[in-house]
Design a protein around this ligand. Structure first.
Ligand code: PAF
Length: 285
């Protein structure tokens, strides 16, 4: 496994990998966990060669967010990736990704505006900008992202369609189902911010979501089901709910009744120092 941090060696390495067949990219910010490794395994099953990028992207962190505290552990991450048979780690230096004078912003309207976009202004501009750069740098045949960040996936797919990206084609952007801990909590690098008691309490999130989904799927009122979800979170130790909503799975348009197209229940809530997000499918009528 090779690790590179600047563009010339990256281009040479990609050129050589491409001779062996299709290349898959798994973009990450490091602090890898089983969720990322699942993406890597899926990438290996879909392509001859696998590239993983590791870059803590300052553009997607707002003022007062956890950019400085975000866990950085490149050596450990590389060891995990080597054991998974990854071919290349692209870990660009900050000045390589954003050279002096960098002045471009990619902003995807619509899907990026509600939910996390409302409480984290410019977050998805930062994600779209860095992912577009990663796609241009690596030019992968396919790219894999966790479904845990459902809105992020929708934003990236929209960007790839709108910008006519050919590597990867929008259809080759693959969402991989969320990997969960034994108690149902979605895996996330930010779970590391939870103390022991908070970590135990956090499991109320997936449980309350399942209860709300069961209520909605059996014909219950959507607003009442979401209100009950909020109550369950607050009673279970969460400090605040950022949002809980039923939305169209693709456009992310909020829904007040159960629809006849694929839908997601999307939630963001705060516990201790962490802001946890999760989403689950809701069966159409
Ligand atoms: O999901 C993440 O880890 C990041 O948002 C991504 C896609 C690597 C862009 O920085």
């Amino acid at each position: 496994m090779q690790t590179v941090d600047s563009l010339d060696p990256l281009r040479r390495a990609i050129e050589s990998l491409r001779r062996d067949g299709p290349v898959a990219l798994v973009p990450t910010m490091g602090a890898l966990h089983e969720g990322h490794l699942t993406l890597v395994r899926e990438a290996r099953s879909r392509a001859a060669r696998v590239v993983v990028s590791i870059f803590v992207n300052p553009l997607q962190f707002g003022a007062g967010e956890d950019l400085d505290a975000y866990p950085r552990q490149l050596e450990r991450d590389c060891a995990l990736l080597e054991a998974e048979g990854v071919d290349l780690v692209w870990a660009p230096r900050g000045d390589v990704m954003y050279p002096a004078g960098f002045a471009t912003n990619i902003s995807v309207s619509g899907v990026s505006e509600g939910f996390c976009g409302a409480s984290r202004p410019r977050h998805f501009d930062g994600v779209a900008t860095v992912v577009c750069k990663l796609f241009n740098q690596v030019r992968p045949d396919t790219a894999l992202f966790g479904e845990k960040d459902w809105q992020q996936l929708a934003v990236i797919r929209r960007m790839a369609r709108d910008l006519d990206l050919t590597r990867p084609f929008a259809d080759a952007i693959i969402g991989v189902p969320t990997v969960r801990e034994a108690d149902g909590l979605a895996m996330s690098s930010r779970n590391a911010y939870l103390g022991r008691e908070e970590r135990e309490q956090a499991a109320v999130l997936p449980r309350a979501m399942k209860t709300a989904i069961a209520a909605i799927e059996s014909g219950g009122d959507v607003a009442a089901s979401l209100a009950a979800l909020e109550q369950a979170l607050l009673a279970g130790g969460f400090a605040a709910l950022d949002y809980a909503a039923l939305a169209d799975a693709e456009s992310l348009a909020p829904l007040t009744t159960r629809g006849d197209r694929p839908m997601r229940l999307l939630v963001a809530a705060r516990i201790g120092k962490a802001r946890l997000i999760d989403n689950m499918a809701v069966r159409p009528r």
